[in-house]
Design a protein around this ligand. Structure first.
Ligand SMILES: *[C@@H]1O[C@H](CO)[C@@H](O)[C@H](O)[C@H]1NC(C)=O
Ligand SMILES: *[C@@H]1O[C@H](CO)[C@@H](O)[C@H](O)[C@H]1NC(C)=O
Length: 327
């Protein structure tokens, strides 16, 4: 009798667990765990201009070598490339085609020694992938030029600070009229020059009116500068956690940035202008770092987003940003 009751209770418990709805996580909803779906939607600027769906609807290939990887990401047909395990190679950036999703299977999916170039492409998603120690000669960890609709989510990009500042180049650099980009839930760490939006003061013709970038829920750690640096563009930077980032958000030469609900710990210049770059800031915790940007006009953006208090950002972002997704 006792055993039967126990069995019934156990079976009913199991039944409830099985009947529970399959969780799908939208990365903005942090009250939930890190379960993710390939169908999760891009948010922020990557959700505008027709949206960013990557390889949705295309074939899925799993790769685990450099040769398999480079072959799988080329071409513009919709395709989902799952990276399984680490791939190491000292090589130039690999060109990624349009309509591509590159997804790290788990936290061991790390590209070391080579990065990704998005040149004249559209509609690319990169999630749950690590990219590490790309030498300056080989380019940036992720670099985009003349490209639009890019969603970088739950990525881990880094190098080290054991060399001079030009030994490695950028981690996330967007230039030459690239547009509609979101960097979310990403761990950006151990690097000199982290993220550059707009590469030159003399590139106004290509860049003005473009370079819309959202940075949301990212963890920036041990960075010297460009956290990020923005020329000409429009950036919405919210709910980021900056720990030991010396020179943070640099708004330059006509850029307009909206900076809200971020937290800095152990920073030097959290937010500053160069050559007439502008910012609107609200509800940030600068943690004693300098906020000396010129007042801007970007007070709202054309998409919906969830914003949390600066005081809740550390808890929401540290430990969640980076390659923490489970597919
Ligand atoms: C977050 O996701 C969970 C699980 O799907 C859901 O129950 C909860 O209502 C969501 N919260 C918000 C604020 O959307
Ligand atoms: C991306 O895919 C869509 C739908 O298949 C297609 O219309 C578009 O031309 C593709 N983009 C490129 C650059 O080929």
């Amino acid at each position: 009798m006792y055993n039967l009751k126990f069995l019934i209770a156990a079976v009913s418990c199991l039944g409830q667990a099985l009947a529970a709805p399959t969780p799908t996580t939208n990365s903005i909803n942090r009250s939930f765990n890190k379960r993710a779906s390939l169908e999760d939607s891009a948010f922020g600027y990557a959700s505008l201009n027709g949206g960013t769906t990557g390889g949705a609807g295309g074939a899925t290939t799993t790769v685990s070598s450099y040769a398999e990887f480079t072959a799988a990401v080329e071409g513009d047909d919709p395709k989902i490339v799952i990276v399984s395990g680490p791939i190491e190679k000292t090589a130039d950036q690999v060109d990624v085609g349009s309509n591509t999703s590159i997804i790290g299977k788990d936290a061991t999916a790390v590209l070391t020694g080579f990065g990704l170039r998005l040149k004249r492409v559209e509609n690319v998603i990169i999630r749950n992938l690590g990219i590490s120690k790309v030498l300056a000669d080989s380019g940036d960890a992720i670099g985009a030029e003349y490209s639009n609709n890019i969603w970088i989510d739950h990525v881990d990009v880094s190098s080290d600070r054991d060399h001079d500042k030009d030994y490695y180049d950028g981690l996330l650099d967007f230039k030459r009229g690239s547009d509609y980009i979101t960097v979310s839930n990403t761990f950006i760490h151990d690097h000199w020059k982290a993220s550059l939006v707009g590469h030159s003061n003399s590139n106004e013709d290509e860049d003005k009116g473009h370079l819309h970038v959202t940075y949301a829920n990212n963890y920036w750690f041990n960075i010297n500068s460009r956290g990020p640096s923005v020329r000409f563009g429009t950036a919405h930077i919210y709910n980021n956690y900056f720990l030991s980032v010396s020179d943070g958000i640099n708004t330059r030469i006509g850029a307009q940035v909206l900076v809200e609900g971020n937290t800095w710990v152990d920073g030097k210049k959290a937010l500053y202008s160069t050559d007439e770059g502008y910012a609107v800031e609200r509800n940030n915790d600068f943690g004693g770092a300098k906020n000396e940007a010129e007042e801007g006009t970007l007070t709202s953006v054309d998409y919906d987003y969830d914003l949390i208090e600066a005081s809740a950002v550390e808890g929401a972002v540290v430990g969640t940003a980076g390659q923490t997704l489970v597919f």
